[in-house]
Design a protein around this ligand. Structure first.
Ligand code: ADP
Ligand code: MN
Ligand code: MN
Ligand code: MN
Length: 337
């Protein structure tokens, strides 16, 4: 007897890495072992020393194939088993361990856009749909495009056991969001990458592609982000830690911007519910700030913050790593843990 393991990994495409996957048939009962691939075809090696190693880091049921089949999220190593430069998970693993005592958790809102025939789903050929206004959380065939794919994707994530916590239609036609979390940094990032793979895979069967392009349509159309909601134990217990985290993010704002996804300047313009990439701000209920403190958090004097800056095409290993590094170090220094 045998089962199928779909090995998924992140390639070396620049500036934004892409997902790759291939299937290994394994004897029933065997754990998915280390495996390899041709790094010269993924921008991760040259032809002469082409072997790269896949190390399984997160395994879940495969909701597409069903049965005993599994999805296996991997990190990429050199043949000597040191992390490949494209492997951003290795650094996050160190940070997560270093600050595990602060119990950081994340909920990431992944926005994305469906495309068909070279244009966003719901856009007429050679023109534009009615301006934005009624598409966000809309209902009806004139406002909502691709719901059958969204529903299938949500069910696939649930069947895989991912911590998906909701979906909604977004401000631009064909644009949607799903949320993963709140769970720890490695968990949210591993699961977000698998959820992205499932999105592409489910949409494939409908002849539709999904893109994480942060600004898929130029002009007066919303971009796509990955708002990252974050808390530590201290933030969940008191307001001083909430404010200290917001201030700490301001101290390293430009380092964060650099790690929040390619072409972030095209999305963080100060328009369309964003703050300009060059200026850091935070505020209660403020969807025009870099970081928002939800009103409930101010009322309760504890909870979490929302970093609204990360792009849809960000690497969640990098984003959560930056937030843990900046905020947890600051909370520790301020004696707030
Ligand atoms: P928005 O109003 O910004 O659209 P969403 O409902 O889409 O908000 O997303 C809010 C996210 O915040 C969810 O992913 C949820 O898991 C996450 N979240 C809730 N509480 C916490 C917390 N204490 N720490 C971190 N994330 C949290
Ligand atoms: Mn949301
Ligand atoms: Mn949104
Ligand atoms: Mn949000």
């Amino acid at each position: 007897m045998s089962y199928k393991a779909e090995y998924i990994w992140i390639d070396g495409t620049e500036p934004t890495a892409r997902l790759r996957s291939k299937t290994k048939v394994l004897p029933t009962g065997a754990e998915p072992p280390y495996w390899g691939f041709d790094g010269s075809s993924t921008n991760q090696a040259t032809g002469r020393t082409s072997d790269c190693v896949l190390r399984p880091v997160f395994t879940c049921p495969d909701p597409i194939r069903g049965g005993d089949d599994v999805l296996v999220m991997c990190e990429v190593l050199y043949p000597d088993l040191t992390p490949h430069p494209s492997n951003t998970r290795a650094a996050l693993a160190r940070l997560a361990e270093r600050y595990a005592d602060q119990a950081p958790i994340f909920g990431i809102e992944q926005e994305y856009t469906f495309f068909k025939d070279g244009r966003p789903l719901g856009f007429p050929s050679g023109g534009f749909p009615a301006p934005q206004g009624f598409y966000y959380c809309g209902v009806g065939a004139d406002e909502v495009f691709g719901r059958e794919v969204v529903e299938k994707h949500m069910d696939a994530c649930l069947d895989a056991g991912l911590a998906i916590s909701g979906i909604n239609a977004e401000v631009m036609p064909g644009q949607w969001e799903f949320q993963v979390g709140p769970v720890g940094p490695l968990e949210v990032a591993d699961q977000l990458w698998v959820a992205r793979w499932l999105l592409y895979r489910v949409a494939e069967d409908f002849g539709i592609s999904a893109t994480l392009d942060p600004k898929p349509v130029k002009g007066d159309w919303n971009g796509a982000g990955a708002h990252t909601n974050f808390s530590t134990k201290a933030m969940r217990e008191g307001y001083d830690a909430i404010i200290a985290a917001c201030d700490a993010l301001g101290e390293r704002a430009q380092e964060h911007i650099k790690g929040y996804g390619a072409e972030i300047e095209h999305r963080l313009t100060g328009m369309h519910e964003t703050a300009p990439w060059s200026e850091y701000s935070y505020g209660v209920s403020d969807r025009g700030a870099s970081v928002r403190i939800p009103w409930q958090v101010e009322a309760d004097k504890k909870g979490y913050i929302e970093d609204r800056r990360p792009n849809a095409n960000c690497d969640p290993y990098v984003v959560t790593g930056l937030m843990v590094e900046t905020c947890c170090a600051a909370l520790e220094k301020a004696g707030l843990v």
